[in-house]
Write a protein that binds this ligand. Structure first.
Ligand SMILES: Nc1ncnc2c1ncn2[C@@H]1O[C@H](COP(=O)(O)OP(=O)(O)OP(=O)(O)O)[C@@H](O)[C@H]1O
Ligand SMILES: [Mg+2]
Length: 364
């Protein structure tokens, strides 16, 4: 930290105080109802809420980043992330009270910048954890205490999803000409079939690039069915699931002259859930490996991407983040993700999305 000692101590004290305050969650439905009338007055109220809520959530993460086991807190990558959190905490805490439209515009600009500052948190955290894993645990099996790190990452990334949703929603409500049915980041008439098509195209083109060919994807369900959800979240989850399936099928059939079985996506609209199944015949996952697929940094990818490199390019597989992060996105709005495997045949991923949008935000 650049600040002088007493100033640094003052910030630390503030972080401690704010980090112990109660967080306030918001549901998808609440965001939708509130955002449906983005008047100047409502945007002002929203900014006032965020000015109080964001420092609480950010301080909590900063505190936790400081007290990780195995000396993880002292890793340069983790310190860097911690400093981003402290900078953002300071930016918001030192921002004067938001009283009128002008203040609100300035506040919105500031939190938009905070969101950009935190863009690379996930790979930077991964780098820190990977460094630790490489130097301290040479064997493939992780020591018992590593669960604690896994639990921390789950809380940390879940909280990040929430913070980015709050900021993103507030910023997006400023769009002067939103598409019909769109309220901030929420599309009240999102067609899962359409998102599945786009995510499939995106995943297939990466598969093409990496392997030179890509299995077909067949999508089943009512193309007119729509429900309220955040398109970018659904895209992210389906993209990750489809990539996994394409990779499994591709690797299994690459050197065979048998017909390549298509990946199948089935969309079902129930009263409580919208469920999307991504089904492949890529050989499945060993039962003994199943408990690990939702852990961070577990991957069977042969060439994990250089996590330290500046490349922003997406690859088929490598970090081992696809499944755990997708599950967090699903759970964020009250859904879930399950993986069922038949070893020797294939894998079914069930993505459950809560239709009602009433579930309260998980607040780690
Ligand atoms: N459909 C599938 N068929 C076979 N194995 C799978 C499937 N989905 C996941 N797996 C196994 O689970 C592991 C973890 O998946 P996950 O998506 O979390 O990470 P990854 O694909 O290795 O890397 P990335 O972070 O780039 O997604 C994979 O490496 C793979 O071994
Ligand atoms: Mg993956």
């Amino acid at each position: 930290m650049m600040a002088s000692e007493p100033a640094a101590r003052a910030v630390a004290e503030e972080v401690g105080r704010w980090g112990s305050m109660k967080q306030t969650g918001v549901s998808l439905r609440y965001m939708m109802e509130f955002g449906s009338v983005p008047t100047e007055r409502n945007l002002l109220l929203s900014a006032q809420f965020l000015r109080k809520e964001l420092p609480i959530r950010i301080a909590r993460r900063a505190l936790e980043l400081d007290s990780l086991p195995f000396g993880l807190s002292a890793k340069p990558a983790i310190l860097k992330v911690r400093d981003w959190y402290l900078d953002s905490f300071r930016d918001i805490r030192y921002f004067p009270e938001v009283r009128n439209h002008e203040d609100e515009v300035a506040f919105t600009k500031m939190i938009k910048m905070i969101k950009v500052r935190h863009n690379n948190v996930v790979p930077t955290m991964a780098l820190g954890v990977q460094q630790l894993k490489n130097e301290q645990f040479s064997s493939k099996k992780l020591p018992p205490g590593f669960d604690e790190i896994h639990g921390f990452l789950d809380r940390f990334y879940m909280s990040r999803i929430g913070i980015r949703m709050l900021i993103g929603q507030h910023v997006a409500l400023h769009d002067p000409e939103p598409e019909p049915g769109v309220i901030g980041l929420i599309n009240t008439k999102l067609s899962p079939i359409q998102v599945a098509q786009i995510a499939s195209e995106d995943a297939r083109s990466i598969c093409m690039r990496e392997y030179g060919s890509a299995p077909d994807i067949n999508i089943y369900g009512d193309p007119n069915f729509a429900f309220p959800y955040v398109a970018s979240h659904l895209h992210l989850m389906l993209f990750e699931l489809v990539k996994n399936s394409l990779r499994a099928v591709q690797e299994r059939y690459m050197n065979s002259d048998k017909d390549v079985p298509p990946v199948r996506i089935i969309v079902a609209d129930g009263t409580e859930d919208v469920t999307i199944k991504v089904s492949d015949e890529g050989g499945g996952i060993r039962r003994s490996g199943l408990p690990r697929i939702f852990t961070y940094l577990y991957s069977t990818a042969r060439n994990p991407p250089d996590i330290e490199g500046p490349s922003e390019g997406v690859t088929m597989a490598g970090y081992g983040f696809g499944l755990p992060v997708s599950r967090l996105y699903a759970r964020y709005f009250g859904g879930d993700l399950q993986i069922i495997s038949m070893e020797g045949y294939g894998t079914d991923a069930y993505l459950h999305l809560s239709r009602l949008g009433d579930s309260e935000e998980p607040l780690p």
